[in-house]
Design a binder for this molecule. Structure first.
Ligand SMILES: NC(=O)c1ccc[n+]([C@@H]2O[C@H](COP(=O)([O-])OP(=O)(O)OC[C@H]3O[C@@H](n4cnc5c(N)ncnc54)[C@H](O)[C@@H]3O)[C@@H](O)[C@H]2O)c1
Length: 451
């Protein structure tokens, strides 16, 4: 028995040793290639913003830092945001409530679409038909029927369309993709990902400005194809809480986790999904859930397990854990940690309940067949961490990649097919909760499949 105890002790000592001695830290090189190039006034890409709220203004902040990119126009349905765009980017910016006035301008080459989800399809199709390239925010679709219309329009018009899941351009995700393909964690069998939040802002209860009223907010234009109801400031400024305009937890947050999973694994998507959840805390009139858990089967032989909890009680946490047969990769707080734990060749044994003579015979035979390969008794795990320099922004890199494609006409990093595969898979969760059943999906044709 002393022999068994010693082996157990050495196994745990081996893990501790790996933690102390195995860790290596790497700083990933930042910046998309071609950074620092300069462009003459005739060589500028002139852009316009459609939907100048939180994300639209944030996107534009990064977009105009890409060399050779200039903002010339902005469309939004709330006057205060149009005025703020002038305060930020200059009084000479053309502003309008009607984005069609932007699309008819010859000096606009490309548009950023950062409207609520229910406008993505129409604004993107109108922009491509007007000859503009498009950066369209995630989730690409509000309804399943939006997706193929957008893909078909991009093909018909030959315009570039990139979807705005910025992590697809992240150097951290690129490293994870490279390491997974190189076999760093062996064959992948499980992906766990979560996004937990605990604040009112995290649960989309955004501030309504004091001057919001039907004069300053173009309510009919905001509604678009949504059901016609009287002006409602909460719906205008906190639209994510209602299915008429948004896609709930699935389209807002799961979609980022799908984009990351698909980019890193190279998969086209799951074949079926099932979800549960509910509205547990934020009972403020919204018709979407604040907790959602979902499971997906991937044809490559791994499962994806997702969680969003808007009432988590802890700090905001967005994280991935990729588990393979020989290790794990974790992405959390913008860093990637890879732990390689080669599977032991020694299968171990359970002999303690047998006669002493039998234990001895079995142990002798075992030691003869599996001599202790490592002094610690376990192949040692090694850990490496990859981080980015201070100030690194995947949003900047995503725009850099987009504008590279606008110039070169080469494919974007995240086209409409990728966008539909991510958003279509994400919306399976809502579909599953509504139907109370498993939902099947064809990731190649990007359609809901018959059971
Ligand atoms: N990539 C990311 O990390 C990320 C983060 C946040 C939001 N988003 C996405 O960006 C989009 C916008 O989200 P947000 O948080 O900025 O919302 P927001 O409410 O802050 O801004 C939306 C703006 O669109 C305007 N708008 C509505 N209808 C319009 C129309 N027909 N024409 C022009 N403007 C119109 C509204 O007036 C509003 O100012 C959403 O699809 C969201 O999912 C992406």
């Amino acid at each position: 028995m002393a022999h068994l105890d010693r082996r157990l002790f050495l196994r745990s000592a081996g893990l501790a040793a790996a933690e102390v001695f195995g860790g290596k830290l790497h700083l990933l090189a930042a910046g998309a290639p071609g950074q620092g190039k300069s462009f003459g006034p005739n060589d500028q890409i002139q852009i316009a913003l459609i939907g100048a709220g939180g994300q639209g203004q944030g996107d534009t902040h990064w977009a105009v830092q890409v060399p050779g990119v200039k903002l010339v126009a902005v469309a939004d349905c709330y006057d205060g945001r149009l005025q703020h765009c002038k305060e930020t980017w200059g009084q000479d910016i053309f502003t309008t409530r009607d984005y069609r006035e932007i699309l008819s301008r010859k000096d606009v080459d490309a548009v950023i679409i950062a409207t609520p989800d229910h406008w993505h399809k129409q604004a993107a199709i109108d922009a491509m038909n007007a000859g503009k390239d498009v950066y369209c925010e995630k989730p690409m679709i509000h309804l399943y029927s939006d997706g193929h219309a957008m893909i078909d329009c991009a093909q018909k018009t030959g315009r570039i369309i990139q979807i705005g899941s910025q992590r697809v351009s992240s150097v951290v995700y690129a490293k994870a993709k490279e390491l997974l393909a190189a076999g760093a964690i062996g064959k992948l069998n499980m992906v766990n990902a979560c996004w937990d939040r605990s604040t009112a802002m995290g649960a989309w209860s955004y501030t309504v400005p004091l001057d919001a009223n039907p004069e300053t907010c173009d309510w009919p234009r905001f509604l678009g194809t949504a059901p016609k109801i009287p002006y409602n400031a909460e719906r205008f400024f906190q639209w994510r809480k209602w299915k008429d305009y948004g896609t709930g937890v699935a389209g807002d947050l799961f979609v980022h986790l799908f984009s990351g999973t698909h980019f890193i694994t190279g998969s086209h998507g799951p074949t079926r999904g099932m979800a549960t959840g509910g509205l547990r805390y934020w009972k403020d009139g919204r018709d979407v859930d604040d907790v959602m858990l979902a499971l997906f089967d991937y044809p490559e032989g791994f499962n994806l397990n997702l969680r969003v909890n808007l009432i988590s009680g802890g700090q905001e946490n967005e994280a991935f854990l990729f588990t393979g047969e020989e290790g794990t990769m974790e992405i959390s707080k913008g860093a990637l940690t890879v732990t390689r734990s080669p599977r032991p060749k020694d299968p171990g044994y359970t002999v303690g309940t047998f006669t002493n003579a039998m234990q001895k015979s079995l142990l002798d035979a075992h030691t003869a067949k599996f001599p202790i390969e490592h002094p610690s008794g376990e192949p040692s795990a090694s850990t490496e961490k990859y981080t980015t320099p201070n100030g690194y922004s995947d949003s900047y890199d995503h725009f850099h990649n987009f504008f590279d494609s606008v110039r070169s006409r080469k494919p974007v990093v995240e086209d409409a097919v990728f966008g539909l595969r991510a958003a279509g898979a994400a919306l399976l969760s809502t579909e599953s909760i509504e139907r109370g059943s498993v939902v099947h999906w064809d990731p190649e044709k990007m359609i809901l499949a018959k059971t």
